[in-house]
Design a protein around this ligand. Structure first.
Ligand SMILES: Cc1cc2nc3c(=O)[nH]c(=O)nc-3n(C[C@H](O)[C@H](O)[C@H](O)COP(=O)(O)O)c2cc1C
Length: 191
């Protein structure tokens, strides 16, 4: 059984919709156990029990949502000190308004999230550019949902953006299943 933990923050429901699309597709497999947790409720034990960890954030003022960042600095921070997440598999997703069509902080959000996983010693799963639907909901760091139009009016996430979420979650779970808890690094894995 591969245990996947999806942790996210969401103020208006867009990032949550992406997280739920990921959860839904993973639960279709009898070989995957998936836990969906908001940043405020996730525990150290949830992380320790996971084979794969997926972090999702809205883009806020060009960076990570504060509730997710608080969780990273507290819950994940303790796990980082104790090397508890080394060798696990991880990935990221985000949702933004995309104002200005110049990135609007999506890159900074993704690179910050990716950096957190790498700080933990987690094996980071990217999103290949030939993924189906990539041009609508992809960026190399993971699934990206754009929730506003050119006039900054809210728009519903497109189905093909949610499909990218599903594919990305399946990729991450597949990598975790393949690694199957093996220690691929020259260091001791903690339990
Ligand atoms: C305070 C605040 C700051 C935001 N900053 C950005 C930003 O810098 N770049 C961006 O693309 N979108 C920004 N947005 C838009 C959100 O990222 C976008 O609406 C996202 O889909 C919200 O996710 P949620 O529905 O999960 O809360 C901001 C929204 C709020 C409320």
């Amino acid at each position: 059984m591969t245990n996947v933990l999806i942790v996210y923050a969401s103020q208006f429901g867009n990032t949550e919709k992406m997280a739920k699309a990921m959860e839904q597709t993973l639960l279709e497999s009898s070989e995957i156990k998936c836990q969906l947790k908001k940043a405020e409720t996730v525990t150290e034990t949830d992380f320790i029990n996971a084979d794969a960890i997926i972090l999702g954030s809205p883009v806020k003022m060009g960076s990570i949502d504060w509730q997710l960042k608080k969780m990273i600095d507290t819950v994940m921070g303790s796990l980082w000190v104790a090397n508890k997440l080394v060798g696990k598999v991880g990935g990221t997703f985000a949702s933004g308004g995309g104002f200005g069509k110049g990135g609007a902080g999506a890159e900074i959000t993704f690179t910050s999230l990716a950096n957190v996983l790498m700080e933990m010693g987690i094996i980071y799963v990217p999103l290949p550019k030939n993924t189906q639907g990539y041009k609508f909901g992809g960026i190399q760091w993971g699934a990206y949902g754009v929730s506003a139009n050119e006039d900054m009016q809210p728009q519903t996430l497109m189905e093909n953006q949610l499909e990218v979420c599903r594919i990305h979650a399946q990729n991450i779970a597949r990598v975790a299943k393949t690694i199957n808890g093996q220690n691929l690094f020259q260091c001791e894995l903690e339990n």
